[in-house]
Ligand binder design. Structure first.
Ligand SMILES: Nc1ncnc2c1ncn2[C@@H]1O[C@H](COP(=O)(O)OP(=O)(O)O)[C@@H](O)[C@H]1O
Ligand SMILES: [Mg+2]
Length: 379
């Protein structure tokens, strides 16, 4: 068991790519942190730096308070599970699980006890004599985890370990990983491109984009208080709608927002008002979560007229793709999405009316920063 600290870690490859830029991050002893971001954003590079498979160009890596930059992967006692599992094909499940212990010259009876324990925990006891080629994807995945955990590593690193599995198996093994991690309390860093996986698995989630850390927080913090429009769009399924808009001073001591020609009066608490006032008369981005749209008025909700361009019925809910009437020609990737319960039919009329609670609105400045949480520290 160990804590992990990355102090301003950067990695520049020889071809000039800065894969990881100035990452500062602490993982507490026993914590499971999930690192999430799109393909190519530097997730695997960061894991490999921590494992000792790459050297950092800048910064320090500490495990349990000790600097490990110069240590080999073995010395760091870090175990990694790769996306393709990398099992030894000619060895049985037992052979694969025993291998790391043979390498570290563990005594025979200890190997037997430890492998038995891990096999029990991962439900592998029945298939110990099979080879990887005779296993299902889910079983291979569990063997890969077992082989990593059998050495009792200080830090457990998982690089998109579920991406080769189908959706239902992914959900099941995700729950298993969470159970095992909570039981063993091994400090873990789990990498995925899938924000749902990140939100359901992580004690805390780190959002990465182009090698840069965007935000660290609990799933709730990232969803409710995204620091910038990247995180707002990335977290949630679908993510937050971000609409070009203008903040206006209504002259009656209140602010409003102009969304494609529709003026909405804002009801704001003092603190929010003071943060937004400097932006009045300026272009900002207004954020609305898909789940903030409703078809019927609710207390204090405001109306937003929108053209329904398409609907997707998916059983318990319908996704409606919307354009604002005043916004002119909009590309399909600029449509807003409303998430409505049950079945919603495309109206015959040009525009439908939706009802939105004012507190569901977010505001981002031109640089994409969340105006309402600016200056409130590292939330
Ligand atoms: N060995 C390497 N040499 C040069 N560039 C690399 C190397 N490995 C990764 N990269 C680049 O670094 C960036 C991050 O890659 P990676 O960490 O694999 O991303 P992710 O795991 O998030 O998909 C990408 O632009 C990738 O092309
Ligand atoms: Mg990767």
């Amino acid at each position: 068991m160990a804590s992990v600290e990355l102090r301003n870690i950067s990695k520049r490859f020889e071809n000039g790519t800065w894969a990881v830029k100035d990452i500062a991050l602490t993982i507490e002893d026993g914590e499971l942190v999930v690192l999430v971001g799109s393909s190519g954003c530097g997730k695997s590079t960061l894991l490999r730096l921590l494992a000792g498979l790459e050297n950092a160009s800048e910064g320090e890596i500490l495990i349990d308070g000790k600097k490990v930059n110069q240590q080999t992967p073995q010395q760091r006692n870090v175990a990694m599970v790769f996306q393709n599992y990398a099992l030894y094909p000619h060895m049985t499940v037992r052979g694969n699980l025993e291998f790391p212990l043979h390498m570290s010259h563990t005594a025979k009876d200890q190997i037997k006890a430890r492998v038995g324990e891990i096999a029990d925990m991962l439900q592998l006891s029945e298939i110990m004599d099979r080879r990887p080629g005779q296993l299902s994807g889910g079983q291979r995945q569990r063997v890969a985890m077992g082989r990593a955990l059998v050495r009792d590593p200080s830090v457990f690193l998982l690089d998109e370990p579920l991406s080769n599995l189908d959706a239902s198996l992914r959900a099941q093994i995700r729950a298993e990983i969470s159970r095992i991690q909570k039981r063993l309390k091994t400090t873990s860093l789990y990498v995925t491109h899938d924000q749902v996986e990140a939100m359901t698995l992580g004690d805390r989630v780190v959002v990465l984009d182009h090698g840069e850390l965007q935000q660290i927080g609990t799933p709730q913090e990232l969803y409710q208080h995204p620091k910038n429009s990247f995180v707002a769009k990335f977290i949630g399924s679908p993510g937050m709608n971000i609409l070009p808009s203008e903040l206006i001073d209504r002259g009656d001591g209140r602010l409003g927002v102009n969304l494609g020609g529709q003026q909405i009066s804002l009801v704001l608490e003092r603190q929010a008002y003071e943060k937004l006032v400097p932006y009045s008369g300026q272009d900002v981005y207004t954020g609305i979560r898909p789940e903030a749209f409703a078809c019927a008025p609710r207390q204090a909700s405001f109306e937003l007229k929108a053209n329904v361009e398409a609907v997707e019925f998916i059983g318990h809910e319908t996704l409606a793709y919307l354009s604002l009437p005043g916004a002119g020609q909009v590309h399909t990737d600029q449509l807003s999405i409303a998430r409505l319960p049950g079945q919603f039919n495309k109206p015959n009329a040009d525009a439908a009316v939706f009802y939105i609670k004012p507190e569901a609105l977010y505001f981002f400045n031109q640089a994409g920063r969340n105006i309402l949480i600016e200056g409130t520290g590292d939330r």
